[in-house]
Design a protein around this ligand. Structure first.
Ligand SMILES: *[C@@H]1O[C@H](CO)[C@@H](O)[C@H](O)[C@H]1NC(C)=O
Ligand SMILES: *[C@@H]1O[C@H](CO)[C@@H](O)[C@H](O)[C@H]1NC(C)=O
Ligand SMILES: *[C@@H]1O[C@H](CO)[C@@H](O)[C@H](O)[C@H]1NC(C)=O
Ligand SMILES: *[C@@H]1O[C@H](CO)[C@@H](O)[C@H](O)[C@H]1NC(C)=O
Length: 250
């Protein structure tokens, strides 16, 4: 199989964040959110209020065309092993499986997203909101006995980068506050729920030194209030790049 090599700039990091405490920083260019891994998030944007029948998470799994789609050649030095996605909230105590690689019988949780939409570099992960998220509006308007509120879309990438295997966690905050209509088709929250681990337990199992990679130099920092209430965006000055990584991608 023909090979092509390229030098990728792992541009990340030290973004100006003075005075902002409980906030997360995101590296965004042309509406795409870069992650500590090979996946690039096309949608949703951090801090977005969501609702409707389902949530759609759009992920570019080709590192914007730098990485081929599976099946990968056996000796690939860079590849995505698998992607799991959870929707969790320390505020509601919920941790739902969006996909763990194995579809549940009613497809309440999805199968291996790398193999959906064959030929497409963007995987549109569509997940039906489960029953306890039905409601409309913010506090006092449907939040009462439901589990609506602020959540993270937790994107877990198991991948090989230049011959080394990694597992990273990227949490993207959203709020489940727009209208979600009731329907008997909605899966039960309890069948999708997993135990919540502490932040420390999660960090212990993940590769935390991996920087946000592949962002172009004109990326913008977005600082999102973790309470999900406000989202602030703007072009910010880069204090520096963590490094330049030469990566051989098929
Ligand atoms: C993902 O890939 C890693 C590395 O091959 C493997 O250890 C892990 O079990 C896989 N996880 C899932 C959910 O398939
Ligand atoms: C979202 O994830 C961040 C970082 O992992 C965490 O600090 C924050 O508490 C989470 N938000 C919610 C609502 O659970
Ligand atoms: C995947 O998630 C579903 C729903 O939460 C669960 O029933 C199943 O056991 C999980 N499978 C694995 C391999 O973790
Ligand atoms: C949610 O559950 C999954 C599957 O058990 C686990 O890997 C993940 O760490 C959990 N997330 C949180 C925030 O506890």
């Amino acid at each position: 199989m023909a090979s092509r090599s390229l030098i990728a700039y792992a541009g990340a990091a030290l973004l100006f964040a003075a005075g902002v405490s409980s906030a997360a920083e995101f590296t965004i260019a042309n509406g795409q959110i870069y992650t500590p891994g090979l996946v690039i998030v096309d949608a949703p944007q951090p801090g977005t209020p969501l609702g409707g029948d389902l949530i759609e998470v759009a992920l570019d799994v080709s590192t914007n065309g730098r990485l081929q789609l599976p099946p990968y050649p056996e000796d690939s030095r860079t590849m995505i092993h698998n992607i799991s996605i959870f929707l969790f909230s320390y505020e509601t105590g919920r941790n739902f499986t969006i996909t763990n690689g194995t579809a549940s019988t009613n497809i309440a949780s999805l199968g291996d997203i790398m193999f959906q939409e064959p030929g497409s570099t963007v995987k549109h992960v569509k997940w039906t909101w489960p029953d306890c998220l039905v409601g409309d509006g913010e506090e006092g308007q449907g939040l009462g006995d439901t589990d609506r509120g602020v959540y993270n879309i937790s994107i877990r990438q198991s991948f090989r980068l230049d011959g080394e295997d990694h597992y990273t966690v990227f949490d993207l905050p959203i709020s489940v506050t727009n209208s979600i209509p009731a329907s008997i088709e909605r899966p039960s929250c309890d069948t999708l729920d997993n135990p919540l681990l502490t932040h420390e337990e999660i960090l212990a199992s993940a590769d935390t030194n991996m920087p946000v990679m592949f962002a172009p130099g004109d990326a913008t920092a977005s600082i999102t209030d973790l309470n999900g209430a406000a989202s602030w965006k703007g072009r910010m000055s880069w204090l520096g790049l963590t490094g330049l990584v030469g990566v051989l991608i098929m």
